[in-house]
Design a protein around this ligand. Structure first.
Ligand SMILES: Nc1ncnc2c1ncn2[C@@H]1O[C@H](COP(=O)(O)OP(=O)(O)OP(=O)(O)O)[C@@H](O)[C@H]1O
Ligand code: SF4
Ligand SMILES: [Mg+2]
Length: 371
């Protein structure tokens, strides 16, 4: 891949939020390390899917990539331009090229604005369209692209179903002609039957407009369907990154293996024989992450003493990037899981039915309205 093929490159990105305490004076007593050293590249026209448990830093990474949250350290290079040191006026101009789609369209759309006003706002901010007629033409095209009728322009967000509202959110992004869209849980507030329609729309728009996506989702099936590459985050860092199919068929990091072991397989025979890895305990606090490998407190394969002492870096293993000291020996079966922090169970082993690991859904209301 040449530098020209890469639209976005993130280098050692960090976002540390200060924890303040004090009545008269705010004292900083620590930091939440929401993102703590992430490197990734997204080629033009491709989709990078980001998964991980609630609180692992996915949204913060997405926002920092767009400079909506100021990074504590590291670089974000967009189309060859380093954004973290860009003067505000130039950053504002770049913003048109990088848009965001949110999880809950109802709370991200102003209920007092009609659709025309919602879609016009960005055009005016960025000086696109000389007069009202020109802007109306641009907005009309955006509505066509997302499959909404022209009469939608005079309506307000509450007059639409959840799926249609998400189409308005998508129109607000594409009307500006962006190259990159960060979609943070774009379908998780929608009913399952509507989710597929919105995912397909994102797919079609990518094809017709040549868009590049960073898609954040807790639903592994959605990410697999839409992504070329998937990154798995744990406590502010990537633990594995691989081409989408490979990550699902050959997960190498113990955390990825645990996540994948919870995804049901359609074949009932395979499903019965499937090995499920049950992680114990909650995600540790990002304010006080474990030393060494951050996953060692829950890892079924953790080994003394390297796992507790030395933080593994992402390294290439046969086309994947994996942050585990023992990935090859775990993959070959030479190292077996033990009970330090987790259990491995077979669905058919009888007795107690294991509770599989799942990524908790972020809060968002379900929506059963038609798109
Ligand atoms: N503005 C902020 N100030 C302080 N801490 C924050 C702020 N935003 C996020 N955090 C903390 O940073 C960590 C990562 O949060 P983030 O929202 O990025 O996680 P997430 O992976 O998107 O989770 P979810 O799947 O629930 O959306 C969490 O511990 C969160 O409480
Ligand atoms: S480095 Fe050790 S603790 Fe971390 S994932 Fe690998 S085996 Fe588990
Ligand atoms: Mg989030």
């Amino acid at each position: 891949m040449t530098d020209n093929d890469v639209l976005v490159e993130v280098r050692d990105l960090k976002v540390h939020f200060p924890i303040k305490r004090g009545v008269l004076f705010d004292r900083t007593i620590g930091h939440v390390k929401a993102v703590d050293g992430v490197d990734l590249r997204i080629p033009r026209g491709q989709t990078y899917g980001l998964v991980g448990e609630s609180g692992c830093g996915k949204s913060t990474l997405g926002r920092a990539l767009l400079q909506l949250t100021t990074p504590t350290g590291g670089e974000v290079v967009f189309d060859g331009v380093e954004l973290t040191t860009l003067p505000p006026a130039r950053l504002r101009a770049m913003r048109r090229r990088m848009q965001m789609i949110f999880q809950d369209p109802m709370s991200s759309l102003d209920p007092r604005q009609n659709v025309e006003s919602i879609l016009t706002e960005g055009l005016q901010t960025h000086g696109i369209g000389g007069n009202r007629d020109e802007r109306r033409a641009i907005i009309g095209e955006a509505l066509d692209k997302v499959g909404l009728p022209r009469w939608a322009l005079s309506r307000y967000p509450h007059e639409f179903s959840g799926g249609q509202r998400q189409r308005i959110g998508i129109a607000r992004a594409v009307v500006l002609g962006p190259e990159l869209i960060v979609a943070d849980e774009p379908v998780s507030a929608l009913d399952v039957s509507i989710q597929a329609q919105v995912v397909n729309l994102l797919d079609e728009l990518q094809e017709s407009l040549g868009l590049t996506y960073l898609v954040i989702a807790h639903d592994l099936a959605v990410v697999r369907h839409i992504s070329d590459t998937v990154g798995v985050m744990y406590l502010g860092a990537l633990v594995e990154e691989a081409p989408s199919d490979r990550l699902y068929t050959e997960p190498l990091h113990p955390y990825t293996r645990a996540l994948m072991s919870a995804v049901p397989v359609p074949d009932p025979d395979v499903e019965d024989r499937r090995e499920r890895i049950l992680l114990a305990g909650d995600l540790p606090s990002p304010a006080n992450p474990p030393a060494g490998c951050r996953f060692h407190t829950r890892c079924p394969w953790a080994q003394p003493t390297r796992c507790t002492d030395e933080r593994p870096v992402l390294r290439d293993i046969g086309g994947s990037r994996v942050a585990c000291h023992w990935a090859e020996r775990i993959a070959s079966g030479e190292l077996r899981p033990h009970n330090a922090g987790a259990r491995v169970a077979r669905a058919s082993s009888g007795g107690e039915t294991p509770e599989p690991v799942s990524i908790p859904a972020p809060t968002g209301k379900a929506d059963s309205a038609d798109a």
